[in-house]
Design a protein around this ligand. Structure first.
Ligand code: NAD
Length: 539
């Protein structure tokens, strides 16, 4: 097999959005236009866009009385129709030359980088309440990077071929899975929504996409971009509505071949159980890929730089209101630097401004919806009423205009305190102070405190301690950061995913993930086939 040409992707530069910059002006104008108008999001089934009678409102979390649109709710027939339509298009798409598939998704990346950049970042600010920087690194850069790097990985994968034998040519054909892929995506990253569909579709699969109810605003923009880039109708069908009903139908279909999930651990476990119960129905053993929750740590060694630690705690804990799966939420600080480090973190946290994302001074905005607001404020109330901790700063919340929760820092005397163990998914970090001489044995406690193992950071200026931490925390995190916050993975640089309760560690933004969406066929051709059965040694 001759090699195909490798495609070399590069990371999309992050725009600055400085005062007076053209990109800032454009996003502000686009935001205001979008915020003051309404969209109506249909279901996408083949060439049809279906607007149902049964609709729900789309509400910006930071201003939940301002309806910016509605979206249609699918019924059972719509879901069946969406799957049948995918299966009708399956063959044509999987037989579409890989060069054409790559061209479509590279075109989508270019549209995102240019014509659609302001729209998708403004949409992410409105629909998911990200500030401009968080919207830019997600909806523009990370999404673009996923699309371009996936093309690069495809070319690498297709080049991985067996050797030829004497008189034989061997070839691995990276077939798409035989049925359809079901993509179920979370609210917190526009890029993840797009990538969970696009990665499987790039490899030749047809995809049923069920986005989060709280990411529909930008899911529509994503579908518009895919269409404009030339993706044929019926390669990715989008259905919105009751997630359980949609999942029950998709997972009970004989043609179900793979689940590409990102979201909470409990939902993923439920879906896995359903797949297990349906195992006799399927033609294939389905691929199950799930990236789920986290309880991500920052461990400051006694040699840690104080300002670097403070920055990692504040950025890691409070960016996007702590709603990243990788957000820092349990912090271990040695006694010797605790006074200075904690004062620095508290003083800096006092300066954090919170409000609408269209005010670029705001570092934080609102949390995603009423249920999240309730869940996070209940954790804060629990801490307020507990004798095991004190609240150093924050603790306030107000949902009158938007779902605003103050950045909150808890100091606990109990390293097994509830907020050291459970995923809160909000702007709440808990600090535990340990005795310096116990730093090594504390690593065992870090490892055993939570069921999750997504990300973690170790801050230290001592090389030996870094080696020890890497060994002791080998299975405590799928993404391990030294001297930085545990969030902010960049596609192509830090492939992302965790183990234990945090997921199947299939590393989104890497070749490993794409390999889950192919079912290779080995084709071996014999040039001069033997024409009689006895072997030479028998003479
Ligand atoms: P979620 O679990 O509430 O929702 C995720 C998806 O599952 C949504 O599309 C939702 O509609 C669907 N869903 C909800 N209930 C369902 C049900 N009963 N049956 C079938 N589908 C159902 O998660 P979320 O609030 O959107 O996202 C936050 C969670 O995602 C956090 O736990 C976070 O850690 C995790 N997350 C993980 C990663 C990662 O890479 N590990 C990345 C982003 C988010």
């Amino acid at each position: 097999m001759s090699k195909i040409k490798l495609y070399k992707a590069e990371n999309e530069p992050v725009l600055g959005y400085h005062k007076g910059s053209p990109e800032r002006k454009k996003v502000e104008e686009t935001y205001n236009d979008m915020f003051n108008s309404k969209i109506d999001v249909p279901l996408y089934i083949g060439e049809k866009t279906v607007f149902t009678e049964n609709k729900k409102d789309i509400l910006p979390p930071h201003d939940h009385k301002n309806v910016v649109g509605t979206y249609s709710q699918a019924n059972k027939e719509h879901v069946h129709e969406a799957i049948e339509n995918l299966m009708k298009n399956k063959r044509t798409w999987s037989e579409t030359p890989w060069e054409k598939r790559c061209e479509i998704f590279l075109k989508a990346a270019d549209l995102l980088a240019n014509e659609y950049r302001a729209k998708i970042t403004a949409g992410t600010m409105i629909g998911q309440s990200k500030n401009i920087f968080q919207a830019e690194i997600d909806a523009a850069c990370e999404f673009i990077d996923f699309l371009r790097f996936n093309v690069s990985y495809l070319t690498e994968i297709y080049n991985e071929q067996p050797v030829d034998g004497p008189g034989k040519s061997n070839n691995l054909e990276y077939r798409a899975l035989e049925g359809f892929v079901y993509a179920v995506t979370p609210f917190n990253f526009t890029a993840i929504g797009g990538n969970l569909c696009a990665s499987a579709a790039l490899m030749g699969n047809v995809v049923l996409w069920k986005p989060s109810d709280n990411q529909i605003y930008t899911a529509k923009i994503t579908m518009d971009i895919f269409k404009e880039a030339g993706l044929p109708d019926g390669v990715i069908n989008l259905v919105t509505g009751d997630p359980e009903m949609i999942s029950d139908i998709a997972l009970a279909h004989p043609e179900f071949s793979g689940l590409h999930f990102t979201g909470s651990t409990s939902v993923f476990r439920d879906l896995w159980k359903k797949i297990g119960n349906n195992i006799n129905i399927y033609r294939d053993y389905p691929r199950i890929v799930g990236e789920t929750g986290g309880k991500d740590f920052i461990f400051c060694h006694p040699s840690a730089n104080i300002e670097a630690s403070a920055t990692a705690i504040i950025r890691g804990g409070f960016e996007f209101q702590g709603q990243k799966c990788s957000a820092a939420s349990r912090i271990y600080i040695p006694k010797s630097i605790s006074d200075e480090l904690i004062s620095s973190v508290v003083d800096q946290t006092k300066t954090i401004k919170m409000g609408s994302p269209i005010d670029f001074n705001n570092f934080m905005t609102a949390v995603i919806h009423k249920n999240a607001f309730k869940r996070i404020s209940e954790y804060i109330d629990y801490a307020k009423s507990s004798d095991d901790c004190e609240i150093l700063i924050g603790g306030g919340y107000d949902e009158s205009v938007g779902y605003f929760i103050e950045p909150t820092i808890i100091l606990t005397k109990n390293h097994q305190f509830k907020t050291m163990q459970e995923e809160i998914f909000g702007p709440v970090v808990t600090i535990y102070i340990y005795d310096d001489e116990e730093w090594n044995s504390m690593l065992d406690i870090v490892d055993q405190t939570s069921d999750y193992a997504l990300t973690g950071a170790f801050i230290s200026d001592d090389e030996e301690s870094i080696k020890t931490a890497l060994n002791k925390l080998r299975y405590s995190a799928g993404n391990f950061y030294i001297n930085d916050k545990p969030s902010g993975a960049v596609v192509g640089q830090q492939p992302f995913g965790g183990c234990r309760a945090s997921g199947t560690d299939d590393k989104a933004g890497s070749k490993l993930n794409l390999l889950r969406w192919v079912s290779p066929r080995l084709v071996s051709r014999t040039h001069n086939p033997p024409t009689n059965y006895p072997y030479e040694y028998m003479d």
